[in-house]
Design a protein around this ligand. Structure first.
Ligand SMILES: [Zn+2]
Ligand SMILES: [Zn+2]
Length: 401
């Protein structure tokens, strides 16, 4: 299937560049979804649109056997592109700076290859073109969470997702069994005091001083409260309060993010961060605390990750399959991989000859488009082979988090 992917390389590149020129923000992927649906229609692949609002889901093969799902995300970011590429974004202030244009093109390429082999498939392949990976809406839903809630993956046995990686050389595949990316939660705190004249501080309760205590104490959660063998991050991202230099501030608003891998550590940080906020009450003030759970951690299934490593080694050579780092970034692929066996794979997209870093979520983000062939071939070959080798004893249902 690698040679088949190489044969359609010009089409993969053209698709990716078309998507790159017309990036759309989370849950606004109308044009992107229309392009996907149009391509699936041309390939004769049955599909549904408006799944999880602006998503598209298609099927190849037959539903009697097992089902493997392949997932691509489609949304872009509110960034003004500064790459200077001839196929730069045509939409001011919106850019595919996370490579989701590439993921969509790779999955369309894999679909084209797999459709040709439909007669040989021993089961079903579900294609998931997912909206809104980047953003959790005000209702608490990202695209993947909504897909799962709508029951899209109810019959799925295993799921694969991938992400281009500008820190990994093109041609390489990064895999990691077990925890790979962190649970990403958000919190809000209000520290409440009592206003007074700045010259008579003792008559009030200074919310700024209370907030300072809270922020400093929160730094000890990761260093002193969670076991050293576990990881966590507590970040205050915003702070605001006060009106004038000579008024004791009565209210400080704080906002931040919490990252963790282990469910028990996640619970602990959520609870103990509130205990820290409660310092304000002990010192004569008060607090309000709200914690919003975002994406769960990405925990890759060991067996499935081993399988993909083997396929990657067969396609590209074992020296091209490397261990991906564990990171405290978040990814909503976790909504799928918590409920079923999943593996999230990094596709190298860095061209060593290029100057600059081209990091994700930056205005000069770029990928080496050779990565498109790698991703399409890996998805197609893994899906076909997994169905072929499937044995129900070996692949019993597992929830990973
Ligand atoms: Zn992103
Ligand atoms: Zn992304």
């Amino acid at each position: 299937m690698l040679s088949e992917a190489q044969a359609i390389a010009p089409k993969l590149i053209e698709t990716r560049r078309t998507l790159h020129q017309w990036p759309e923000l989370s849950f606004e992927e109308y044009r992107t979804a229309a392009l996907v649906a149009h391509r699936l229609h041309d390939l004769g692949i049955p599909h549904e649109t408006e799944v999880a609002r602006t998503g598209v889901v298609g099927w190849i093969g037959n539903g009697d056997g097992p089902t493997i799902a392949l997932r691509a995300d489609m949304d872009a970011l509110p960034i003004q592109e500064e790459t200077g590429l001839p196929f730069s974004s045509q939409r001011p202030g919106v850019m595919h700076a996370c490579g989701h244009d590439a993921h969509t093109a790779m999955l369309l390429g894999a679909a084209e290859i797999l459709k040709r082999h439909e007669g040989e498939l021993r089961g079903r392949i579900q294609l998931i073109f997912q909206p809104s990976e980047e953003r959790i809406g005000v209702d608490g839903y990202s695209g993947a969470k909504l897909m799962v809630e709508e029951g899209v993956t109810a019959d799925v046995d295993v799921i694969l997702g991938l992400h281009v990686d500008p820190s990994l050389e093109v041609g390489k595949i990064g895999v990691r069994p077990g925890p790979m990316m962190a649970a990403a939660d958000r919190f809000e705190m209000e520290i409440l005091g009592q206003a007074a004249h700045g010259a008579y501080a003792y008559l009030g309760v200074d919310a700024i001083v209370l907030a300072a205590q809270v922020i400093n104490t929160a730094q000890t959660l990761v260093s002193r409260r969670i076991p050293a063998i576990h990881e966590g991050v507590v970040t205050f991202g915003t702070i605001s309060g006060g009106t004038r230099e000579n008024i004791i501030c009565d209210r400080v608003f704080l906002e931040g993010t919490v990252r963790s891998f282990d469910p028990a550590i996640r619970n602990q940080l959520q609870q103990e961060l509130e205990d820290v906020a409660a310092i304000a009450r002990h010192l004569g003030g008060d607090y309000r605390y709200r914690y919003f759970r975002g994406n769960p951690p990405v925990i890759n299934d060991g067996q499935l990750t081993g399988f993909v490593s083997r396929i990657g080694g067969q396609l590209f050579g074992v020296d091209h399959v490397v261990e991906a780092p564990k990171t405290t970034g978040g990814e909503d692929f976790s909504w799928y991989s918590c409920k079923t066996r999943g593996s999230f794979i990094r596709i190298g997209a860095h061209n060593p000859a290029w100057p600059g870093k081209h990091r994700l979520h930056t205005a000069d983000f770029q990928i080496d488009e050779e990565a498109l062939v790698v991703g399409a071939a890996l998805l197609a070959q893994s899906a076909q082979r997994w169905l072929y080798e499937y044995d129900p004893e070996h692949w019993r249902h597992v929830e990973n988090c």
